[in-house]
Design a protein around this ligand. Sequence first.
Ligand SMILES: Nc1ncnc2c1ncn2[C@@H]1O[C@H](COP(=O)(O)OP(=O)(O)OP(=O)(O)O)[C@@H](O)[C@H]1O
Length: 551
Amino acid sequence: MKKSPLPVQNLGAKGKQRKCGREALVKLLRWNFGHPDFRGNQLEAIEAILSGRDCFCLMPTGGGKSMCYQIPALAKTGIVLVISPLIALMENQVMALKEKGIAAEFLSSTQTSQLRNKIHEDLDRGQPSIRLLYVTPELIATSGFMSKLKKIHGRGLLNLIAVDEAHCISSWGHDFRPSYRKLSSLRNQLQDVPILALTATAIPKVQKDVIDSLNLQNPLVLKSSFNRPNIYYEVRYKDLMDDAYADLCDVLKSAGDVCAIVYCLERTTCDDLSTHLSKNGISCAAYHAGLNNKLRSSVLDDWICSKIQVVVATVAFGMGIDRKDVRIVCHFNIPKSMEAFYQESGRAGRDQLPSRSLLYYGVDDRKRMEFILSIAESKKLQSSDSQHGLSKKSTSDFNLMVEYCEGSGCRRKKILESFGEEVSASLCKKSCDACKHPNLVAKYLVELTTAIAVRQRNGFSKILSSSTDAFENENFSEFWNRNDEASGSEEDISDSEDGFEVAKGISRSKFSKKTGINEKIELLQRAEENYYRNKAHDKQVSAHILQSYEQ
Ligand SMILES: Nc1ncnc2c1ncn2[C@@H]1O[C@H](COP(=O)(O)OP(=O)(O)OP(=O)(O)O)[C@@H](O)[C@H]1O
């Protein structure tokens, strides 16, 4: 049942602001959201914002960042503007808030003009009923919307600008969106409105970049640990097992009928693996950008309402997925960076209950990812726009991921150290395989070294043939551009021209539909020669590679 919101707390008779004390804020939290108390740095962030101060807030996935702007929206008359990278994300949040009786809206080109006009009319009123307004960065950049914001601000009604997923502004971050760059002008245009930057994934370089780019003034910087104590981290080695599909099937079956996400690099793997799991009695479906919108949303709906328990997906299944009881997040292929891994594995256990991150590591997968990243890298070097247009992520970021899988020692420590955190030896408490079963993991790593040596002698035959397919049939589309399921409107970040999108362009042009098979083989051989230029390939290996193209 919808509740009516608690009366606004802060305005005295003459519009003078009264301090909204801790007790009143806790009351708002309990009444509107049913949580007994604030968590982590939530209260500090809220108090800073309500005092008019800029704030940079780093909280782990599932930490409760949205409360940091939702409570201020309820504590003051006026509007909180929330800038969010995805329409789906905005839709989810607005729906959840409306269910709680909180007046929230989003503006996007996916709405009817009638609905948009209604929202604009409300914003023009002396006392708008909307408390939270969600928009994309593209809308902010339009002069029409900016002048509307200025008018609202001029009437003293713009209380806060919250920039969600703020790391998207930094070209050092893993999710760089060129459209976020446009937010740099906010501080000048709307001078005394506090800005709150929120992110779950910011290495120190990105944190500084976010603060500088948004031009935050003397911000309160709140950082929580990235540690997710309720997630158990584990790596399994594909090269040491007969059948990774069967292994995953056993894992899911022995976990019971739990909710899980399995991430794969390629769409075909999603389809194959999902079919295999289904045949073995696991309630699951594939999800990737190759499926039509209707099918994708029905998979999503079925998963959200527990009709199916396991989704086998590419990274298109990403931001904005709000199911809290995900017990297992499995990476069936190695992710491209520690940041991506942290973000994706962090979708497990958002209810804080014990959960699992399971990564299947394979040497073929590693080589394939290195090959893909090397193409993106070489394009970046060629680009004259390398300062602003492209992500600055590089293959070196991937090495951290390889070290996570191939190196010895605590997995949790490796994750946290990659984000610049100092980690005490006792932090993990045996909640990763390397700490819980050190001898077994050490044995696996020795066996893996042997397996790699054997594979190097025999050549990594499958890698390039798979890459040909991928470039040709867009099997990797989501890898290059994580959000290609979005609507493609001018307000949508989905047509962002980030580094991978540009690299996709080269790959496509390299292997356009007109490219004949011989040319493809030649191009791939040349790429392969470059790639393995320090490695000796005897005739037998070359023949083996050619043979694999023909299959
Ligand atoms: N003070 C609190 N007490 C208990 N639960 C809370 C509290 N604050 C937030 N939550 C709950 O925690 C969950 C995660 O919150 P939220 O979606 O805001 O996290 P987030 O930091 O934005 O996560 P992500 O980065 O994964 O999107 C939600 O179910 C929310 O209701």
